[in-house]
Design a protein around this ligand. Sequence first.
Ligand code: HEM
Length: 576
Amino acid sequence: MESSPEPYAQLGHHLWRPYKPNCDGADDHICVAGFQPDFLFRDYVTTQINMLLWISLISVTALLLRKLIGIFRLWAKARLIPGPPCPSSFYGHSKLISGSNLTDILSKSHEEYGPAVKLWLGPTQLLVSIKDPELIKEMLLKAEDRLPLTGKAFHWAFGRSSLFVSSFNEVQERRELLATDLNGKMLERANVFPTKVVDCVMERIQDLTVEANLDCKTVSQHFAFTLLGATLFGDAFLAWSKATIYEDLLKIVAKDACFWASYIVTPFWKQGFWRYQYFCTRLKSLTQDIIQHCKQNNKLFCQMDHIPHEKTRNRGGEAALDASHSSNTVVPEHLLLRELDGRHDAGESCGTIMSVMFHGYLTTSGLIGNIISRLAANAELQQKIHSEILVARRDQQSVEKMAFLLATVYESSRILPAGPLLQRCSLKHDLNLKAGVTIPAGAILVVPLQLVQMDESRWGSDASQFNPCRLLSNAEKKSDSVHLTSFADKLVDVGQDSYVLNDPNKNAAFLPFGSGTRACLGQKCAVLGVAALFASLLERYEIRLHPGSENEPNPMMNNYAPQLLPGPKIVFVKRG
Ligand code: HEM
């Protein structure tokens, strides 16, 4: 009787045959050539896939567990920091914050809960605000990284090589290089160029005045842009035909940078984003243009041919400093060319320059705008500074000797900080501060600048008033601070004696330029440059409020985008 075919033969799938270890005869070739290896292979693949699935399951579970432990840790540690109770456990305080001014909320919280307070921005996002100046100094020294959001805004606008990225390790070397530049050649220029800057801007302003009245914001933006450009790029910048387009592009990018950076993933699908990218690309190509322009026009750059490139690249700031001490080597004195020299991708190398232009433009225009409006509203102060300038010119002294003018610059930066908050993130490690406060890893740290810089316990009962005299003391009796009487009295008082400037940086509550590891590198350059600019301007012009503008508010920084709000209308009257 014929034996019935095996089920696998009927199916025609020899792969389904069971393994026969002792098979012989006709079946042999099946065992060896097809059946056994196929089965083994399939079995092997199944086992491998199962293994992979198990591994991924275990990894994902471990990852989730780690996250969960991290969140519990954050909650446990955050419990020790005081703060207002959460209105919602899911949204935390974020809804409350989005509806009103963060500084106001922090002000109330600090009043009630002390110098360090916490706010939950969601179940996993903790914000810690610090108001005590000593704690702030310590925190800003220890926490090195800036918030990723700011870094992202700069990254998307100017590329990877921006100086304002989150990680300190990534920018440490470039910070050192820039510091060498800013304290060397550029500081000299900040003292020398302002007369030309004033001429250049006044010429432009005269054209603009024909069309419209000038507000503080427009004027200060022109001054800041021209001052910064001349300081970074030298004479060539003042004659550069594309400067106006460059300034317009900077304004557009400033307006949109934070908005686009707030997207978690790059918003490729948004038309506006591509327009924004187009402006950033144009800004980059114009930056390359001005660099080329500088190279051709400025003798300064001839020296760069002799730079020991590798040495400079590998050792960064150290090499720059060493070179400056060696008589045989030429100092690589300009950041711009060092940037172009050190990298192969010239487009990317513009990042540092653009980010410095961008940051310097926004911050310096805020400062200049505030000074202009204060001077326009205060004829006595202006007169006092004018007299000081005349004396300094007669005695051939630099702006560093103009105590009254410098006090005005510093006091303006105290009253109107460039932004409402300094921010850091402690990222991977807990931050233990001396006062016994522990800030858990992953928390966002902020310093509410307006609260610290207008704290009456640090600045006196007139802390919210503009009063440059608070930074002056009698030259003979150094300890006798001027800020004991009213501002008008002080001006009369100051007129009779000679006064010196007390370094505001010695007050821990003076933070317009930040502090610690990521402090502003441009402070000295900006303060001296702006002071020199006003010395040239006030020597030749008087600043007045436009009739009818007396009650318009002083310029303010927009809290939602890094921008200055218009401020009062002003006129410049040429001195006889
Ligand atoms: C009135 C003018 C300026 C103000 C008020 C200002 C303010 C600031 C502030 C608040 C910070 C952050 C500090 C911190 O987080 O601790 C900063 C950082 C910085 N500023 Fe300025 N700045 C001004 C002008 C300039 C200029 C003119 C330059 C360069 C030419 C410059 C270069 C920098 C750099 C390189 C950083 C540090 C970036 C980093 O490491 O994250 N600043 N500035």
